[in-house]
Design a protein around this ligand. Sequence first.
Ligand code: ATP
Ligand code: MN
Length: 462
Amino acid sequence: MKRTKINDIFAPELIGQKVLVKGWVRTRRGNKNVQFVALNDGSTVRNIQIVFDLGKFSEDDLKAVTTGSSLAVEGTLVESMGKGQTCEIQAESFELYGTADPATYPLQKKGHTMEFLREKAHLRPRTATFGAILRIRSSLAFAIHKFFNEKGFFYLHTPLITGSDCEGAGAMFQVTTLPLNNIPKTETGEIDYSKDFFGKPAALTVSGQLEGELGATALGAIYTFGPTFRAERSFTPRHLSEFWMIEPEMAFYDINDNMDLAEEFVKFCIQYVLDHCRDDIEFLAEHFDKELIPRLEFVLHNDFVRLTYTEGIDILKASGNKFEVPVEWGIDLQSEHERFLVEKHFKKPVILTDYPKDIKAFYMKQNDDGKTVRAMDVLFPTIGEIIGGSEREADYNKLLARIEELHIPMKDMWWYLDTRRFGTVPHSGFGLGFERLMLFVTGMANIRDVIPFPRTPNNADF
Ligand code: ATP
Ligand code: MN
């Protein structure tokens, strides 16, 4: 007999049919006449109730059917009397695949804290909460590919190992095969990287953007979607050492086109998840965050407010609010400032533009005022920065001057400058942190809980 996934079992036409389901036991309860098992196979947040008639099965048969054990059950699908259930399976036979000793199974009880589950990261996908999160994560990734594919963007695979240390977005993890207990040295006592695997220092990428620009200035519009690594010791609930980033890069887009795309993109993703992951979103809303669905709908139905950094600073100053980092033109905005603008002042997502050039990367297009660049950051309620982007400096001489001003080594930059030397075009792009978007759509509070296996300082096991 063919197995039916639990996600497909709630179809009215299956009532009265014989079915075979396989999964893991969430709970077993009952009395001396009948036992009820809630079975889940990961295909949906919903469990199917299996009814074991103790006239047909003995207590002894069911002894090893405990929380966490795995089963195949054959039986008849019938309409259910129990409230909240549409149907259940009257068991006729079952096979126990594997037991889960109640004395040692870590997820024996319900209602664990997220902190506890982080310690059991190898098993937490089996919980209802993480099942919901991981299914949403999968759908959201699919939505991202769908959005760009339908817009005619090409998916570009940029390298994870890079030989240029000037991506500028954060501290890097070095990649080396040199023996750390016996590092080869040159005559002058420096590390002899000519003996290293790539013949020079190499590191894990902090952003695919620079290579993305090579793609955009050839294919017209590309996006990357891959792992990104930052060796920063930040212990915030919004930073991971390994995270996934989506970086579209578009020829012939100015900053306004860029903002339009960013807004359309995040709205598409949110709508997709509401349409395709309704059960999971409702589960998370019910258990963690009653405001989740209204908040998602609010973002969908409102235009993002667009204003300049300078206007933003003026609002923060005039607010009279006391911030941990005092507000002054030129500061790098902290999450507290971003969230004030979004949650208290505008009560809408905000796109801030035209930041001081000193706090932004060298490749951003310089404005005529000599002080600001054509950057755009999208700021979201509860998250703060979710997207960082800009129109790129397309003028060879201006870009070169900025590179020299910042003492970025030319030996690393010649290939990037060639995009401006040959057939340069106005172009723009942005980076969206996949897990930041996941935080928003799931309502989770900690970024460690929206990625299957989080990597953070001192944590690379499970
Ligand atoms: P932040 O100020 O929040 O550290 P950033 O300015 O370093 O962000 P960018 O370099 O612009 O961010 O990266 C683009 C996007 O990648 C950010 O808008 C954010 O969504 C995401 N991002 C950046 N750093 C991390 C991280 N350590 N973990 C998860 N996502 C991140
Ligand atoms: Mn950062």
